[in-house]
Design a protein around this ligand. Structure first.
Ligand code: GLC
Length: 577
């Protein structure tokens, strides 16, 4: 049974979104759904799950990332990850594994099923038994082939308001767009529907409480199948009100708060992760008060900022920005990453990088074989939305032929040193290059970093100790393993930026429990030199520091200054002995 307190909180959320009358009708239905779930999954209500800790490192992967004949790809994936990562990576973000009709899984045609080409729910539960599993909740829209939409089209009264029908003469010029495709798509009988992402991804109509209940049931279903983290895909677009930007509206935040109350009640420890590829200051609003919205917010600014840092050989921007980072409570942290299945978003650095710095980034990445995807602006023009490239190639500098592995490892060391739950994309961990043929063949630039592999081919490349893939994998795994052993890398450990000059980026991480802090120093200039600075959290005068990366020992000066040599793209994670 839900407590009266939870029921009344649910009522308050619903009343804020729909008003008292609708809330009065909807609350009992929601409560009944949750009580039924709690009866069927009592173990989830009592689960004593830590939210996150320093062992949290997530691999972002497609379900069919690695294939072998005669085996469901999800089973192959689990086996492959166990063979090649052991337990070094503790979490998996499985990109949408549901039946879908486009956008590599993000046009879901059945929320409750596993794409039979990938496997079944048993395979998903198998992954969940080995890894902390994050499932994608693609809940802003459905595929145009989804039965809900088909019923809506057919005029089934049970689905009458499931989608947003809009008069095409409506002024929608103020709507924030992530794409250049038309916002409205005509269906038969001249009915136009709202399609934020593509004609095949039709936005759900959350002004209908039945939609909210149906989607809540979907989320609970994912938790029942073993998801301990839910990625709320494109959640900022959930609620629309023509005449506004139709992004981050108060109702959207209230719905996230409702889902938080739901999870806290029936499956505490289930983390909500909001995916909003928008300017940093907008993104962090999804932390809410620190206890009532997302636990984890995507740290979208880090990928382009890190890229700009290495291209310029200057960490000033990154340092200034990192110094402003904070989260509102111990229950919240960033979901940090450098690369994902998407491109490197450029909106998140609006207000952080100047337009000419962004233009330079675009030029640098396209010079290395990358591509650019655009979005529509209110005035009808288009602006760069994301850079399509694997991160390894995007980090390349002019004139280089081969990727610079030291630079790539240094960039990932920055990722792994910062406060947050870090995620590494499959293509990065396994040292992939741009897949231009794939993108050309598909006619979609995003495919450039979405290559899938035959297991035998990938393993043959990994078997060569000199291969790029082997070197990248070994070095990144070693760095990840180092991170997971240090309490100073708990996502909640304090973080302060250390200024050792423009050519390096350094942070000090200090755990709460009186354990040693770690000073993480990374060269971004590509020139060997010295790093000399005094961390804010005083190190013991004349103490000794051990470098967690290579075991070397270094001294601390009488006033707490650290003075160490730093090779080109070198990394030193220094802890007091
Ligand atoms: C998110 C996904 C992206 C997808 C979009 C629409 O941004 O990461 O891949 O295209 O949502 O679902």
């Amino acid at each position: 049974m839900l407590t009266d307190q939870v029921a009344s909180r649910l009522h308050e959320h619903l009343a804020r979104v729909y008003g008292e009358t609708v809330a009065g009708e909807t609350t009992p239905r929601l409560v009944a759904m949750l009580e039924d779930f709690a009866r069927r999954h009592p173990q989830l209500a009592s689960a004593d799950r830590a939210l996150f800790d320093e062992t949290d490192v997530v691999l972002i992967t497609y379900g069919d990332q690695v294939r072998e004949p005669g085996r469901p790809p999800l089973e192959t994936l689990r086996d492959f990850l166990t063979d090649h990562l052991g337990r070094t990576v503790s979490g998996v973000h499985l990109l949408p594994h549901y039946p879908s009709t486009s956008d590599d899984g993000f046009a879901v045609s059945d929320f409750g099923a596993v794409d039979p080409g990938l496997g079944d729910w048993g395979d998903v539960r198998g992954l969940a038994s080995d890894f902390r599993l994050m499932l994608d909740a693609v809940i802003n829209h459905t595929s145009a082939s989804h039965p809900w939409f088909v019923r809506w089209l057919c005029g089934d009264p049970g689905y009458a308001d499931f989608y947003l029908e809009v008069d095409p003469s409506t002024d929608l010029s103020s709507v924030t767009r992530p794409r250049t495709s038309p916002l409205l798509t005509p269906t038969w009988a001249d009915r136009w529907v709202w399609t934020t992402f593509s004609a095949d991804q039709v936005d759900l109509n959350y002004t209908n409480p039945d939609v909210l209940l149906a989607v809540t049931e979907v989320l609970l279903g994912y938790v029942a199948q073993g998801a301990s983290r839910l990625r709320l895909d494109a959640v900022g677009f959930l609620w629309k009100r023509p005449g506004t930007s139709c992004i981050h509206l108060p109702e959207t935040h209230e719905i996230i708060r409702l889902w938080r109350t739901v999870m806290d009640a029936v499956a505490p420890g289930t983390l909500l992760i909001t995916e909003t590829n928008v300017p940093h200051r907008e993104n962090v609003t999804y932390f809410g008060s620190g206890t009532d919205e997302a636990h984890l917010v995507y740290q979208f600014a880090l990928p382009p900022l890190t890229l700009a840092t290495f291209h310029a050989g200057d960490a000033t921007r990154l340092r200034e920005w990192a110094a402003t980072l904070e989260t509102p409570s111990p229950e919240t942290t960033f979901f940090t990453f450098l690369a994902s299945h998407d491109g490197i978003g450029l909106r998140p650095v609006e207000g952080i990088l100047d337009p000419d710095e962004v233009a330079r980034l675009c030029a640098d990445v396209t010079a290395r074989g990358g591509r650019i995807s655009y979005r529509a602006q209110p005035d009808g023009t288009r602006s760069p939305y994301e850079l399509n490239s694997v991160y390894l190639d995007a980090l390349g500098l002019a004139g280089e032929v081969e990727p610079n592995v030291d630079r790539f490892v240094a960039a990932h060391s920055i990722l792994l040193s910062l406060a947050g739950v870090p995620a590494v994309y499959f293509q990065s961990l396994f040292g992939s290059r741009n897949w231009a043929e794939g993108a050309d063949h598909a006619g979609r630039d995003r495919v450039i970093n979405r290559q899938r592999f035959a297991r035998t081919t990938l393993e043959a490349q990994l078997a060569d100790p000199n291969s790029l893939r082997r070197q990248v994998l070994d070095r990144l795994l070693a760095r990840i393993a180092t991170r997971t052993r240090e309490p100073a890398f708990h996502p909640g450990a304090a973080q302060s930026v250390v200024d050792g000059g423009a050519g390096s980026f350094a942070v000090q991480r200090t755990p709460q429990a009186g354990e040693s802090s770690v000073v993480c120093v990374h060269d971004v200039s590509g020139r060997a030199g010295r790093f000399r600075a005094r961390p804010a959290d005083r190190l013991p005068a004349r103490g000794r520091l051990v470098d967690l990366c290579d075991g070397s020992e270094h001294g601390v000066e009488a006033d707490g200054t650290v003075d160490v040599d730093l090779p080109a793209y070198g990394v030193r994670w220094l802890r007091t002995t």
